[in-house]
Design a protein around this ligand. Structure first.
Ligand SMILES: O=P(O)(O)OC[C@H]1O[C@@H](O)[C@H](O)[C@@H](O)[C@@H]1O
Length: 330
């Protein structure tokens, strides 16, 4: 396909800048000369880039930071005042050969495994977490904000052929004093309609799963993948004492995660109707080779904001946006 060949020759950043003026303000790899290395002092730059990672550090508090792996644009770590807020498996594979077990993997264009339609040929949770994203640069100093991009040219060939549509994803990450905001802009750059699902698969680090409550889900419809049943959530708080794998559909309220009775994370969502709650507990943890330590399920809970209970259709030239803001309260 000639158009695809052209796409592959141009870099994603050039393509975005040429057809999307709003994103011209992207400053590729901007590392302010103000912070350029000095021979005498080690100054932590607000944005540091290696060939594998991008690290954002708050100038006002160097112990507040976020680390993003280019593979999957997977957030690996979020610290607030030196405390880690995300769970990352000790067995996570970070070399690009597999999706990362922990942090914030990105799920696109399918949640789980679909049994029909164009995404049915893709692996579980799609290709976004299996592709190496481009770092587009810093877009704001306050809040400290960077962007990453993904197009067909970045997707491993076998997966690109499995879902053969043109698209652009722009992923924006903003770090605040006690907040982490993630936003996604999805654009259909092809000449046909296509459908997608999307989700931020956040692994929260918590001290003790037995003392965690997830609030804001009461009264919503649940698709329970463990009991294989649908019901309305009757509990005022969701607790975990065995494997939990549920899709809460069309959740109206903001979601709150508490631990030992104290509010720990508040989750605000825009255009992300659904919330998945997942904890693999004993047996499912053992069955995942990259889930370490085996009892790591005691210190994590996935509360995942997404648009996954149906499909969003984008026509050629259309865009769609969503965001999630997590506020750390402890
Ligand atoms: O092992 P994966 O592909 O990263 O998926 C982990 C879990 O992700 C959750 O979002 C799903 O609801 C679970 O069913 C799944 O087991």
């Amino acid at each position: 396909m000639a158009a695809r060949a052209l796409l592959q020759r141009s870099s994603l950043a050039t393509r975005i800048a040429s057809h999307c003026p709003k994103y011209l303000r992207i400053r590729p790899n901007q590392l302010s000369s103000l912070y350029s290395s000095t021979r005498y002092f080690h100054i932590r730059m607000p944005i540091e880039q290696t060939d594998k990672e991008v690290i954002l550090t708050l100038p006002s508090d160097p112990s507040t930071s976020v680390k993003v792996l280019l593979h999957g644009a997977n957030i690996l770590s979020w610290t607030v005042a030196g405390n880690e807020k995300l769970w990352l498996s000790e067995g996570a594979i970070l070399n690009g050969s597999k999706a990362v077990r922990g942090g914030v993997p990105l799920v696109f264009p399918v949640f789980g495994k679909s049994s029909s339609g164009p995404t049915s040929t893709l692996p579980q949770h799609g290709f976004a977490r299996l592709s190496t994203w481009e770092f587009l640069g810093q877009v704001s100093a306050s809040p400290l904000t960077v962007q990453f991009g993904l197009g067909p040219e970045n997707v491993p060939e076998v997966l690109r052929k499995a879902w053969d549509f043109d698209f652009t994803l722009i992923y924006t990450i903003s770090l605040g004093a006690d907040t982490l905001e993630t936003a996604m802009r999805v654009e259909n750059t092809s000449s046909v309609d296509w459908d997608f699902q999307i989700l931020f698969h956040t692994y929260f680090h918590i001290p003790d799963i037995q003392q965690v409550e997830v609030k804001g889900l009461t009264g919503t419809n649940v698709k329970d993948k463990v009991s294989k049943s649908d019901y309305s959530e009757s509990n005022t708080a969701v607790t975990v004492a065995s494997e939990v794998d549920r899709v809460y559909e069309n959740v109206d309220d903001d979601v709150l995660i508490t631990s030992a009775g104290k509010a720990r994370f508040q989750i605000y969502r825009k255009n992300l109707a659904d919330v998945v709650v997942w904890n693999p507990w004993v047996n499912a943890s053992k069955n995942m080779g990259d889930f370490r330590p085996e009892d790591g399920y005691k210190s994590m809970i996935c509360v995942e904001a997404g648009s996954v209970s149906g499909w969003t259709t984008l026509s050629p030239g259309q865009t769609w946006e969503c965001s999630e803001k997590v506020k750390s309260l402890l």
